[in-house]
Structure formats: C-alpha cells, structure tokens
Ligand binder design. Structure first.
Ligand code: CA
Length: 224
C-alpha cells in the first residue's frame, strides 16, 4: 500500500515515514502543498497523510482541489492546532479522517491502515486456506480453530502469502510487499521469517501450507 505524506516539518515527516515503512507501507514524502496534485499523476497513492500548515498551498486548499477534480483518495488530515474549527473545516473540505498533533504513532498507523482498507474494497478482510483462517482487521490467525500468536511482521508475511495463494513468490517480491524494500538488503531475513512462520502455522499438522520452491521462492498451497 502506497502512502503519500505531505509535511514540511522534517522531524515529523521522518518520524511518520519511519513508522509507516516499518509497518510495510511504501511511503513518499512531499514538503509543499502545490507538489501534491502533480506528484499524484505519476505516483498513485492509496492514502494521503496531509498536514494543514504547509508552504506554497495549505492542506485544506490542496484537499479541496483534489475533491474538485473528483479524486476520492482517502485523506487523513494532520493539524497542529487541534481545534474544532480545523476539524469541521477539514471534514467539510473532504477529509476522511482527522488527527490533531501531537499524535501517537500507533494511532496514526491504525488510522492509515483503516483508510487504506477503504481504498482497497476488493480485498476481503477474512482469508481461508484449508483449516487456516486469518482476519486482517482483528489481526488474528487460527489453524484448526487454535489461535496462533504471530508478530506484526509474521502476520504481514502470512497475509501476503495467503493473498497470493497458489502463486510462487520470490524473495524480492516478498521483500518489497512485506518489508517495503525495493532493494535486496543482502540478508536472509525472508528465509528466517518463513522458518518462524512455518514453525507456527504448519506445526503438528498433516496438511502443510507453506512450501519452499527451490531456487524460486515460496508458495502457499494445500499439500499433505
Ligand atoms: Ca506543517
């Protein structure tokens, strides 16, 4: 999922970028309001995190221009003031959500994720393969009714593989979608996580779901 962050305060922008990237989002950052619409024509985003106070063109004005051009991309507005005025003005201008500063990163991530789901309505929240089921909203995983304890990254990896079930995913594709890396970090991180995931998902069962395809990558499918 691509998130465009528009924020001129370097520290906040860096902080937000780091948090969203660590959650597996692909993040672009712009610092001036008038850059947003030209940028979107060549870099489509799934969610915009838009600060109100920006140089060149303020966030509310950018938002109005977006909606006037029939662009319905979900927008989370950030405001330093946090007053009712900004909130009402923001929702009037077409914002989907509003977050006053200072905010916690956990809250920001939860809201971005919720907005992202709205822009991807074709992706069901619940997925099932054999007796394995996951719920992307509550982030729960069950195998044969038993609740599995997965870390955030393990969950993201499993969700990605389940959405790609039956297709072989190579390491570069997994790194890009799950870690947000467009480069090879030169580690065996994918293999390490796959081992952990397999220990949890395929333990104590006759039907294995996570498979290595030698020299190619990984695939999820039902195999006894
Ligand atoms: Ca600002």
């Amino acid at each position: 999922m691509h998130v465009l962050v528009v924020e001129d305060e370097k520290k906040t922008a860096a902080f937000v970028r780091k948090a969203l990237t660590s959650e597996g989002f692909q993040v672009d950052v712009l610092t001036e309001g008038d850059q947003v619409i030209p940028f979107l024509t060549s870099h489509p985003a799934d969610v915009i995190v838009l600060d109100i106070l920006l140089p060149k063109q303020d966030g509310l004005s950018v938002l109005r221009d977006l909606r006037r051009s029939k662009n319905t991309i979900p927008v989370l507005l950030l405001s330093a003031r946090g007053g009712m005025e900004d909130r009402v003005g923001g929702l009037d201008a077409g914002a989907d959500d509003y977050l006053p500063k200072p905010f916690g990163l956990g809250e920001l991530i939860a809201r971005v994720r919720a907005l992202g789901r709205r822009s991807l309505p074709q992706q069901p929240a619940g997925l099932q393969l054999a007796d394995l089921s996951i719920d992307a909203i509550t982030r729960t995983v069950r195998r044969g009714g038993r609740l599995l304890d997965l870390s955030t990254r393990e969950f993201q990896l499993l969700e990605f593989l389940m959405r790609s079930a039956g297709r072989i995913c190579d390491r570069a594709t997994i790194l890009q979608h799950v870690w947000g890396y467009s480069f090879d970090p030169g580690t065996n991180i994918v293999d390490v996580y796959m081992r952990r995931l397999r220990d949890k998902v395929d333990a104590d069962t006759q039907v294995r779901l996570l498979h290595t395809v030698r020299g190619m990558g990984y695939v999820m499918r039902v195999e006894s």
